[in-house]
Write a protein that binds this ligand. Structure first.
Ligand SMILES: [Zn+2]
Length: 72
């Protein structure tokens, strides 16, 4: 389920991420993870939802997310 729109998707339509120590990482197989669907990557509310989950501020959350997405 996408953390932003709360809709269910197939795995290949979602980015799987992990949050640890207020930082966002691509999910590498350990720890808790969460999902964001492709259409929500451009959603303006996403930064707020990410920030809440990662207990950080929206600007930092969005910056970390962009770096992960850009790196593939
Ligand atoms: Zn979504």
């Amino acid at each position: 389920m996408c953390i932003n729109c709360r809709q269910r998707f197939y795995q290949d339509e979602l980015s799987r991420l992990r949050c640890e120590e207020k930082k966002i990482y691509a999910y590498g197989g350990v720890g808790r993870s969460f999902y964001i669907c492709k259409s929500c990557l451009e959603d303006k509310n996403l930064s707020k939802n990410l920030a809440r989950i990662c207990k950080t501020d929206p600007a930092s959350a969005l910056k970390m997310l962009k770096e992960i997405i850009d790196n593939g």
